[in-house]
Design a protein around this ligand. Structure first.
Ligand SMILES: *Cc1c(COP(=O)(O)O)cnc(C)c1O
Length: 421
């Protein structure tokens, strides 16, 4: 039996309607920018496997760090115990996070990172005796698939079965520079109710909403009003973190810093699952009390797994290296050049770019999305490039080590796809 047939027997894949998409493509190995299938055909990983393997797949430094750690300490309970990999990581991460971030809480994935951020915001007010139980989020945001995260996510076509169980969430549009005053007015109206505990947002780029980008000044205005009204702000940097927007974190480009930040995906360089929710001392201090019930009683079995910590620490060293920082700048320059050229194309409606993220919207009517998405995906794969179009958007978010030649191949395959549709 082929791998595909064996896969179909027992496996249930994420975000997949198996009746419509029965076949999964077996991937046998990965190295650097390339994925290889079972016949050893290679594919440029144009989205770094959902923005995780940003320094390239199976990076020697990450492998060495994890291998070394796995011979020393594999796993230990993180309640009541601690270990050097977590401590080393905390120091390295705090050194690159915005200055106000002082405490780190570990979990396993992006959804739990945002779930914990939301719980921190709600319990912060609960501990202070404030009756604030409502959250604010952007329209079309995505924060993950657990209940709190789903509640905050605005892309709800898939969440119909669960909506009755969601936490109370008010929505504001993203600021686009023209609507800033209206967004601020709506925010103030919600805050005036006295019930708003926190605001959760993807800073500058909304990933799952097809890399939609918004106005930095508008976001600063929102965060300023939140700060003035003790609304806890939660920057979900699960996608944007670790260099993708051109700075270590998207929040580095915004003048007002969030109270809480959510990190995952590239945190462990694509090697192991782990997440971190960081926060300010102001948040932490609301939990620090003689009363045990004011603590944050949240925990996962694999919290701060030493192997994942070792991978993350090695990842941060790479992020700060000259080679990676030069790679980021090189991709930014290449994207800008490609953007200038491709936006003239008659099949391109709009383009946008921030850091190593580039997206273009096709000039195509809504009804054709579903079918077209599959056609584009197949075309890209046939041509040795893995891209995953969203709706009518094609986007690139490549590993920082992609070569100019590989980037040019991605660009030309996209251009050929435009001729095909
Ligand atoms: C991917 C993502 C999540 C969810 O992370 P998982 O690890 O898939 O649970 C949350 N927020 C953002 C912005 C993401 O991109």
């Amino acid at each position: 039996m082929s791998l595909q047939e064996r896969d179909k027997k027992h496996l249930w894949h994420p975000l997949t309607q198996h009746k419509l998409h029965p076949e999964a493509i077996p991937i046998a190995r990965a190295k650097g920018v390339l994925l290889y299938d079972e016949h050893d055909k290679s594919y440029i990983d144009g989205i770094a496997s959902w923005y995780t393997a940003m320094y390239g797949h199976c990076h020697a430094d990450i492998i060495a760090a994890v291998y070394k750690q796995m011979q020393q300490l594999d796993q230990v309970v993180f309640s009541g115990f601690t270990h050097e990999p977590a401590i080393d990581l905390s120091e390295a991460l705090i050194a690159i996070l915005p200055d106000n971030q002082q405490k780190l809480f570990f979990s396993d994935n992006g959804s739990t990172a945002t779930e914990i951020g939301i719980k921190m915001a709600l319990q912060y007010h609960h501990n202070l005796g404030n009756d604030r139980k409502v959250m604010i989020a952007f329209e079309n945001g995505f924060h993950g698939d657990t209940f709190g995260a789903m509640s905050a996510s605005g892309l709800s076509v898939y969440n119909g079965a669960f909506e009755d169980f969601f936490i109370d969430m008010k929505r504001i549009p993203v600021p686009d520079g023209k609507n800033n005053a209206d967004v601020v007015a709506l925010l103030k109206e919600y805050i005036a109710s006295g019930t708003i505990a926190g605001f959760i947002y993807e800073p500058l780029v909304q990933g799952a909403a097809a890399m939609q980008m918004h106005d930095t000044v508008g976001l600063s205005e929102i965060l300023k009003i939140c700060a003035e009204n003790k609304v806890i702000t939660i920057a979900d940097e699960v996608m944007t973190g670790f260099g993708k927007t051109g700075t270590y974190f998207a929040s580095d480009q915004v003048s007002i810093k969030p109270d809480i930040m959510c990190l995952s995906k590239a945190l462990t360089a694509g090697m192991l699952p782990m997440a971190i929710t960081s926060c300010s001392l102001q948040v932490y201090n609301a939990f620090y009390d003689d009363s045990i019930t004011k603590g944050l009683f949240h925990g996962h079995t694999y919290t701060a797994n030493p192997l994942a910590c070792a991978a993350a620490l090695a990842g941060i060293k790479l992020l700060k290296s000259v080679e990676i920082q030069e790679g980021i700048q090189r991709i930014i320059t290449a994207h800008r050049k490609f953007e200038k050229y491709i936006k003239q194309h008659s099949k391109v409606a709009t383009t946008r770019q921030l850091g190593v993220i580039f997206a273009l919207d096709l000039n195509i009517k809504m009804e054709r999305y579903g079918n077209l998405r599959d056609q584009l995906f197949t075309f890209f794969m046939q041509n040795g490039v893995f891209l995953r179009p969203l709706g009518n958007t094609i986007y690139i978010l490549p590993p920082y080590i992609i070569t100019q030649e590989q980037l040019d191949k991605v660009y030309s395959v996209i251009e050929e796809a435009l001729e095909m549709i």
